[in-house]
Write a protein that binds this ligand. Structure first.
Ligand SMILES: [Zn+2]
Length: 153
């Protein structure tokens, strides 16, 4: 039986994802543009996986949607990595598989990759209609970062 708190927990980041030095370690960069754009990481404390998908960039800052990848997909990827059979083309397939099998989380993460810092966690207001498309189809002109960091919280 699934309790209400289990469901809530499954929709939020683990409690260790807080501002400061990166609280996660990189598992695999799935797409890259002068730094990770689609990025599978896991919590340094509890190992919880999280898929970061870039939504916007402004100066040194990058804003990411967060998704919880399906556990089997993560295990499959780690197995492939250990076998050394994960090349760039295959990583692209993995990225699509991850996005399809993962569950959107209710937080956005603002990173400063140059400083390896998690700058801010932002709640997703459903009324904002955050786009779900790949960063390659988005403007990435800083509009979301400006809008979301203009308000406290
Ligand atoms: Zn954690």
């Amino acid at each position: 039986m699934t309790t209400r708190s289990d469901e809530d927990a499954a929709r939020t980041l683990c409690s260790h994802m807080v501002p400061g030095p990166y609280p996660f370690e990189s598992v695999l960069v799935l797409d890259d543009h002068l730094g990770p754009t689609d990025w599978l990481v896991r919590c340094s404390r509890c190992g919880a996986p999280c898929l970061l998908e870039m939504l916007d960039m402004a100066g040194s800052l990058r804003l990411y949607r967060t998704r919880l990848p399906e556990a089997g997909a993560v295990q499959g990827l780690i197995r492939d990595l250990e076998r050394g059979s994960c090349d760039i083309r295959r990583a692209g397939e993995q990225a699509r598989h991850f996005s399809l099998s993962s569950r959107a989380l209710d937080r956005l993460i603002l990173l400063d990759p140059g400083k390896q810092t998690l700058v801010r966690l932002l709640s997703m207001d459903p009324e904002l209609r955050i786009p779900g498309a790949s960063w390659r189809e988005l403007d990435c002109d800083g509009q979301w970062i400006r809008m979301l960091t203009a308000t406290p919280g």
